[in-house]
Design a protein around this ligand. Structure first.
Ligand code: IFM
Length: 489
């Protein structure tokens, strides 16, 4: 059997490895999962009635994705899902968060569901359950049916109604076997990278459209939550996965503190305002007044969005450090997952983002686990009584296969160890965190970066689709099996 120590060194023995020291233990019942998204792994882009999503169109547009990569084949999960579930079972994982491809289930974004699409997800869920792995379904991880973008996309109100209709279709099909439902993944990216900076699909660069999209995503969440509640058994839990920015001011100077407030409004409170308080923050509306008058928010909308959440999913990778508009941006834009001449921050495009010193991942994202503790404690205060999940956390590194056919990724083990310790610290201080989903199970299509950035605990040889568990997979497996972290010393 193959084991790793806490530095990532792997050894192969024929005896059972001793259990690692578990100096840090998580609450019993804590879920140990991994996460993926449909467009990043499934492939089979034109099979069984699936039609193009905005990401098919975007990735096939020259110059939009590094290396001209697309999700046409991705890691072929659509055909290899049984093996991939076995891989998770072999690792001892107890949960799996995956997303349903809207254009596979409801190809035009309207009308009845396609049976073959639903059958795929039913089969996947049954296989997970048969292996004792709890499914968490995300309904929208960025793959809007292209036809709905043709009708205006998320800046149009109708898309929110279409999303609720689609949510009900999936709820009816899987509600008897899935208990955890996430409406949207990272609506900030959909709105502000998709319609603001344009580095994500559909690639539009219109600040007013980005704010309209953010509102209609919020509304879509609210309407989908109501549709799911009407469809799902009472035991089902419904939540949303946000990617809040942990925003830090460069200094205590007033303009830096104001930059922090403005980015916090656009990154975080544009979602948590209506979700948790039932209103958009007044300062957000004032900050964006020269971009939009917010007349797209109709009476009753914020009440529709403000429904009790059964849980809140938080995705965390790195914090942001900002200052007021003095000095020059240090290097490429640091604020939005890729280079663009357009800002993803409507009305606050003068805020400067700074690199924190220290270690970085292959995404050039600073490694700072303290941000995860801060985030979990912040949301514990903001949403008292709402259980939290870390629905994504992980890191890309330059992984390679060695002469023995193995992949050693000690940096990822260090990253995971530090971030899990940060989760534990939040739990120790009172956060009700129920589970952790490592991003990602497999190397996959990293959006505008294509296949160049590897986030997986399992390496994928894209030429052969062979899966090679990295040493971090063995390490995480030990954590999942013991419910604790091995000593870092
Ligand atoms: O790959 C993405 C994922 O789809 C959404 N959250 C961030 C990950 C890493 O960039």
């Amino acid at each position: 059997m193959t084991t790793t120590d806490n530095t990532g060194a792997t050894s192969t023995t024929t005896t059972t490895a001793p259990a690692p020291r578990t100096d840090i233990r998580f609450p019993s019942g804590f879920l140990w999962g991994s996460a993926t998204a449909a467009y990043q792994i499934e492939g089979a882009a034109r099979e069984d009635g699936r039609t193009p999503s905005i990401w098919d169109t975007f990735s096939h547009t020259p110059g939009k994705v590094a290396n001209g990569d697309t999700g046409d084949v991705a890691v072929d999960h659509y055909h290899r899902w049984r093996d991939d579930v076995r891989l998770m079972a072999d690792l001892g994982l107890t949960a799996y968060r995956f997303s349903v491809a809207w254009p596979r289930v409801q190809p035009t974004g309207r009308g009845p569901a396609v049976q073959r699409g639903l059958d795929f997800y039913r089969g996947l869920v049954d296989e997970l359950l048969a292996h004792g792995i709890k499914p968490m379904v995300t309904l929208y991880h960025w793959d809007l049916p292209q036809e709905l973008e043709g009708a205006g996309g998320w800046p149009e109100r109708d898309t929110a109604y279409r999303f609720a209709e689609y949510a009900a279709l999936v709820g009816e099909a899987l509600g008897d076997r899935v208990e955890s439902w996430v409406t949207l993944n990272e609506p900030w990216c959909s709105a502000f990278l998709g319609y603001g900076s344009g580095v994500h699909a559909p690639g539009r660069t219109d600040p007013a459209a980005a704010l309209r999209a953010a509102h209609h995503l919020n509304l879509g969440h609210g309407l989908a939550t109501q549709a799911l509640r009407a469809t799902l058994p009472a035991r089902a839990g419904i939540g949303i996965s946000l990617n809040p920015s942990v925003v830090r001011a460069l200094t205590d100077a007033p303009d830096d503190l104001d930059a922090r407030r403005r980015i916090d409004a656009l990154a975080n409170r544009v979602f948590t305002g209506p979700l948790l308080q039932g209103a958009y923050p007044a300062d957000l509306i004032a900050d964006t007044a020269r971009v939009t008058d917010w007349s797209f928010v109709q009476d009753g909308d914020t009440a529709s969005i403000h429904h009790p959440l059964d849980f809140l999913g938080l995705n965390y990778y790195t914090p942001a450090v900002v200052s007021g508009p003095r000095g020059v941006q240090d290097g490429p834009r640091l604020d939005g997952h890729g280079a663009s001449a357009h800002s993803p921050w409507p009305g606050s495009d003068d805020v400067v983002f700074h690199h924190a010193p220290g270690e970085r991942t292959a995404m050039n994202w600073p490694v700072d686990p303290t941000g995860l503790t801060d985030l979990l404690l912040d949301y514990t205060a903001q949403a008292p009584g709402v259980p939290l999940y870390v629905t994504e956390n992980g890191a890309a590194y330059e992984d390679t296969v060695d002469a023995q056919g193995q992949v050693h990724d000690p940096e990822r083990i260090r990253y995971l160890h530090a971030h899990l310790a940060a989760v534990h610290e939040a739990v120790r201080q009172g956060a009700d965190v129920r589970g952790y989903f490592l991003w990602s199970l497999l190397d996959n299509f990293e959006w505008a970066y294509g296949y160049g950035k590897r986030f997986g605990a399992v390496y994928v040889d894209y030429a052969t689709q062979a899966r090679i568990p990295k040493s971090s997979a063995a390490w995480y497996s030990q954590v999942a099996r013991t419910g604790g972290l091995p000593s870092a010393g």
